[in-house]
Design a protein around this ligand. Structure first.
Ligand SMILES: [Zn+2]
Length: 184
């Protein structure tokens, strides 16, 4: 995971971020008052505005086609997911907020990893946002010249929680990093 500088907000969000957010907040209020199927559908529909293709394209460019967490190139095998740093299930009002959107591969966006996970400070949170904080302040890389294995070592509590939830030392990533060293 590396620091990625956030680029300018997509035009579609300059035009719609406020009205889309207002619609989500209103739909959430209706759903909280009456959790009917209709109100659930209306809330889902309001939240889904984030899936706009222009937003996706700007994120792909900003992350150079790589996942915000595992840095795998997504474009060869997938279209990539728009990832909500603060999960939209817990923070629906941030579903179309530019500063909350990242690009992620399906695996990292899955329930077993980042997904909807949002640890509280008592659980080692908040997670590290690669567009707001430098991962180098939370991790060190340990490289074993014999095995060519490069392991992410958390150096504080938030680094620890993020390494676990983002799966930064999962076997497939260790192999990937090893292959990268072989190519050099
Ligand atoms: Zn990933």
């Amino acid at each position: 995971m590396i620091f990625v500088e956030r680029t300018a907000k997509p035009q579609v969000l300059y035009r719609n971020e406020m009205s889309w957010t207002a619609a989500i907040v209103a739909a959430k209020k209706n759903f909280d008052n009456n959790s009917s199927e209709n109100n659930k559908r209306a809330l889902d529909k309001a939240i889904k505005k984030y899936g706009n293709n222009e937003i996706k394209q700007v994120l792909i460019k900003m992350f150079h086609g790589k996942c915000a967490f595992c840095e795998s190139y997504i474009e060869n095998v997938d279209y990539g997911d728009i990832e909500h740093f603060k999960p939209k299930s817990k923070f629906p009002e941030l579903a179309v907020t530019w500063s909350n959107l990242l690009l992620s591969c399906k695996k990292c966006n899955g329930a077993g990893q980042k997904g909807d996970n949002w640890p509280e400070p008592s659980e080692g949170g908040p997670l590290i946002n690669p567009c707001e904080e430098n991962p180098e302040d939370f991790f060190e890389f340990e490289f074993d010249e014999k095995t060519l294995m490069s392991i992410v070592i958390p150096i504080n509590e938030r680094g620890n929680a993020s390494e676990k939830i983002y799966g930064l030392n999962k076997h497939t990533l260790l192999i990937d990093r090893k292959n990268m060293f072989r190519c050099w």
